[in-house]
Design a protein around this ligand. Structure first.
Ligand SMILES: Cc1cc2nc3c(=O)[nH]c(=O)nc-3n(C[C@H](O)[C@H](O)[C@H](O)COP(=O)(O)O)c2cc1C
Length: 330
């Protein structure tokens, strides 16, 4: 059923799944003709931003959902997922889960949006009637996301996101790790491979250059002068947006949460809504608690991430940085 050629074709779609900082940590190994071993490239972990490995595991989950969608196009499906109980690292690879593939999968409509979905970090235009209808549709289609609207509510969340973001930026290790994954110049040899390109971050050349200085050598001075928080602010990006609190059952394996996270994002794309996660809001305990208390994440659920979303005011980035498929097979 599975062979190298089919695996390469599948991974050409799977690799379009989102991953935190675009680190693309997921690797694949074919075992026999019906099982895949999913492995983690441990050199791509984010010890400062993601010390528990939660977001890396969410990213693996998104890749698994990408696999499921790609298999469904071919009449195949995931029959079973067995997470490794006590994985050991061998070289740079750590096994994460065995995935059994079987005949009988069905085409899932969300597969059509895998190529179009992207992290939208540009501006939004005001919601029109079609946009409102899209939001209503999303609310009706998922119980994993709570949609928040209203200028005042969104501005409160934008301020909270700035506070959370600045909290993390003040940590030197966090800032330098983020800078390591930013591709601020097109001359960077890894610009098309991985990480966060200036284009993907909707940064014109001069802004990208300035960002490198603000988050790099100038940060301590700017912080002392009280200017760093203002310069790092992303509050303006929330203009005209809605916010979705993405929540999943308490105690759920992030592999499963990551699958649902990707499906929700694809569902937004299917409704013509552009979106981008704002992880700091869920990662910082103070903001996560505040959001849950003020906006009511249901009992027994935990806030996994937060999307800023809306009607995109512009076109998506032309290219998406991804590793070649051959590097994903180990
Ligand atoms: C678990 C997770 C957390 C993420 N958090 C953020 C975030 O806080 N801010 C952001 O701009 N993008 C975030 N992203 C989006 C990734 O940076 C994005 O998926 C990656 O750069 C690939 O780009 P694409 O989504 O356009 O394909 C996150 C993605 C995942 C899977």
């Amino acid at each position: 059923m599975l062979d190298r050629a089919l695996l390469e074709a599948l991974l050409a779609e799977v690799r379009l799944a989102p991953s935190v900082h675009n680190i693309q940590p997921t690797r694949w190994r074919l075992i026999g003709n019906d099982t895949l071993l999913l492995l983690e490239d441990v050199t791509r972990r984010l010890p400062a931003a993601d010390p528990s490995g939660h977001d890396v595991r969410l990213s693996h989950g998104a890749a698994i959902e990408g696999l499921s969608l790609a298999l469904g196009r071919r009449g195949l499906g995931i029959a079973d997922i067995q997470p490794m109980a006590e994985p050991t690292v061998s070289g740079s690879l750590q096994p994460v889960a065995h995935i059994a593939v079987a005949a009988g999968g069905a085409l899932d409509g969300l597969a059509d949006f895998v190529s179009a979905r992207t992290s939208w970090r540009g501006g939004f235009r005001p919601f029109d009637a079609a946009g409102e209808a899209a939001l209503d549709m999303v609310s009706a289609m998922t119980s994993d996301a709570q949609l928040l609207r209203g200028v005042q509510t969104i501005d409160e969340i934008a301020r909270l996101a700035d506070e959370a973001g600045f909290h993390f930026l003040c940590d030197d290790a966090h800032r330098s790790e983020l800078l390591r994954w930013m591709r601020l110049s097109r001359t960077d040899p890894t610009y098309q491979r991985d990480g966060l390109s200036a284009e993907a971050m909707a940064m014109p050349g001069l802004v990208a250059f300035g960002t490198g200085l603000v988050l790099g050598p100038l940060f301590p001075l700017l912080r002392r002068l009280g200017l760093a928080a203002t310069l790092a602010s992303e509050r303006g990006k929330f203009a005209n947006s809605a916010v979705a609190l993405f929540h999943r059952p308490d105690g759920e394996d992030p592999l499963a949460s990551g699958r649902a996270f990707y499906r929700t994002w694809l569902m937004l794309a299917a409704q013509g809504l552009a979106a981008c996660p704002v992880s700091v809001l869920a990662d910082w305990p103070a903001s996560s608690r505040q959001l849950a208390e003020h906006y009511g994440v249901p009992a027994g659920r935990r806030l996994v991430n937060v999307f800023r979303l809306g009607l995109p005011d512009g076109s998506p980035p032309g290219s998406r940085a991804r590793l070649p498929v051959t590097e994903l097979i180990v």
